[in-house]
Ligand binder design. Structure first.
Ligand code: HEM
Length: 500
């Protein structure tokens, strides 16, 4: 019996050896590990940054790693990023989303051939998140932020906070940011349940969303949903929220979501549940990163009162408000034009994004080809392989950002304007801050996202005094979403606030 087991083990080992890739001429160094399918996946997941830095030191700027069934070629030097962007024809972003979306969100792949022109129509709809369309979006977001903040937190009743005397209230900072931004973003994009101004079941929706979001890295890592406890049921509940017959009853829906519904309606091959799943995916895209990004933007400001005061001063100057503004009696409205003048706040938000973002930019090779890196170097890439940029290593590079672990709220400002000169090896970088990805696949919601974070900060700085509670240490990053966007804090921290 034992000799049979041994024989099977030897055969399995030989099969593994056969299945292992051999590095061909001109291909980058190859790191594939010994565990079938998983390859180096565990090492990568444990601490992706450290893993990549270690291999960069050993193998140089470009190397291929076998992770979860994929050969991924990492480009580590940001000076090489522009060359990657130039290979748009051979390197495709949507192949990856087309594989990932059905697994994570449960709708059929857009590029499966069953939905002619749908991908292009969806891409065109992203324009409704940009340019002049940002003006009505900003107005609506402002009204919704005011609504949620004032009713839940400034009226003194309800909400996730406790009164602690002397006018101070206290709460969990992440929970606070999440409850306000989740609902205000939802109302702005999807609309309200006319004639009411707020949906009655937002807290339950957010609770389900948070559960799903916690499992998201595992779904993207191809862990079957049936292995993930109640995740499938939770996802179904979330999807049902967006069934067309429900959404038709909502008023003030943004042009962007209205257009998305109209595009989906054109395809008989989509069931109502598929359409709802598309809308749910957009909810994930629109709040999954924005909520943690808002947390970090606010956390760093509150933790560094000097930064908070400077940003508040700029705000008062732009709004032409007296320095010691008392409690606000009426709703504050800040125009998109005024938001655009808040350069210091922009810098503070960008700095917090630099410190908290860990998105991986992925492109799938459409053919075997030679990837030109610079004038001197090119590497061979095989069809189906993935080219990956991991900008977190750039964001934390001390050569580009002095003292990279430290929050410097005015790091991205120079002479009162945005600073754009950052250098590596003495050369000016074209890409130095990439929380929103790059090139053709860059996040279409980035302008809306930064606006809404700034709007949220504006209202808080005008309405409230804010402090972190003492004795709880500093916020740490939870790495479980590494590669997928903005990292969450490892645990929520308590803060206190009072009306100014
Ligand atoms: C701080 C907040 C946000 C961050 C950090 C963020 C980041 C990203 C990143 C890294 C990507 C992938 C880009 C690539 O791989 O090159 C992406 C894609 C996307 N984001 Fe965002 N995002 C944010 C907010 C938003 C918002 C508010 C919306 C919508 C209102 C949105 C909609 C999308 C969509 C639709 C895509 C997919 C684009 C495509 O398929 O071509 N995002 N985002």
């Amino acid at each position: 019996m034992s000799s049979v087991v041994l024989l099977v083990a030897v055969l399995f080992f030989l099969l593994l050896l056969r299945a292992r890739r051999r590095r061909r001429e001109c291909e980058p160094p190859l790191i594939q590990g010994w565990i079938p399918y998983i390859g180096m996946g565990l090492d990568f997941r444990l601490d992706s940054q450290a893993f990549l830095k270690k291999n960069q030191e050993k193998y140089g700027d470009v190397f291929t790693v076998y992770i979860a069934g994929k050969y991924m070629t990492f480009i580590m030097n940001p000076l090489l990023y522009p060359s990657i962007m130039k290979h748009g024809r051979q390197l495709d972003f949507h192949e990856f989303t087309d594989q990932m979306a059905p697994v994570a969100f449960g709708y059929p792949a857009v590029g499966s051939g069953r939905f002619p022109d749908m991908g292009d129509q969806i891409q065109r709809s992203f324009r409704l998140l940009q340019g002049d369309n940002l003006v009505p979006l900003a107005e609506s977001m402002m009204a919704n932020l005011n609504l949620v903040l004032r009713q839940d937190f400034l009226g003194g009743e309800g909400g996730a906070t406790e009164a602690v005397g002397k006018g101070w209230s206290t709460g969990g900072l992440y929970d606070f940011c999440s409850s306000v931004m989740f609902e205000a973003t939802f109302l702005t994009l999807y609309g309200m349940p006319a004639p009411a101004r707020r949906h009655g079941d937002m807290a339950a929706l957010r609770r389900h969303f948070t559960k799903f979001d916690g499992m998201f890295p595992l779904l993207v890592g191809r862990v079957p949903i049936w292995l993930l406890g109640r995740t499938k049921a939770v996802r179904e509940t979330l999807i049902r929220y967006f069934l067309p017959q429900r959404m038709q009853r909502w008023a003030n829906t943004s042009l962007f979501i209205a257009r998305r519904s109209a595009v989906l309606e054109q395809y008989d091959a989509l069931s109502d549940t598929d359409k709802a799943a598309h809308h749910f995916a957009m909810l994930w895209a629109s709040v999954g990163n924005t909520v943690p990004a808002t947390f970090w933007a606010l956390y760093y400001l509150i933790s560094q009162q000097e930064a908070l005061q400077a940003v508040r001063q700029e705000l008062h100057r732009v709004l032409q408000l007296p320095e010691a503004q008392g409690p606000q009696q009426s709703e504050v409205m800040i125009s998109k034009e005024q938001l655009d003048q808040l350069f210091l706040m922009d810098s503070a938000v960008n700095e917090s994004l630099r410190l908290s973002s860990a998105s991986m930019n992925i492109r799938a090779a459409q053919e075997d080809f030679s990837l030109r890196l610079d004038e001197r170097r090119a590497v061979a890439v095989r069809k189906g392989d993935v080219i990956a940029l991991y900008p977190q290593t750039m964001h934390m590079d001390p050569e580009i950002f002095t003292d990279p672990q430290t929050y410097v709220y005015d790091r991205f400002i120079e002479d009162g304007r945005e600073k754009t000169d950052f250098f590596k090896d003495g050369q000016k970088l074209k890409y130095y801050r990439m929380p929103f990805g790059s090139g053709s696949s860059m996040c279409p919601g980035r302008f809306f996202a930064v606006n809404e974070i700034k709007q949220f900060l504006c209202l808080l700085l005008l309405y409230l005094d804010l402090e972190m509670e003492e004795g709880q240490g500093t916020a740490q990053l939870d790495n479980s979403r590494a590669g997928l966007g903005i990292l969450l804090p490892a645990k929520d921290l308590r803060f206190r606030y009072r009306i100014r």
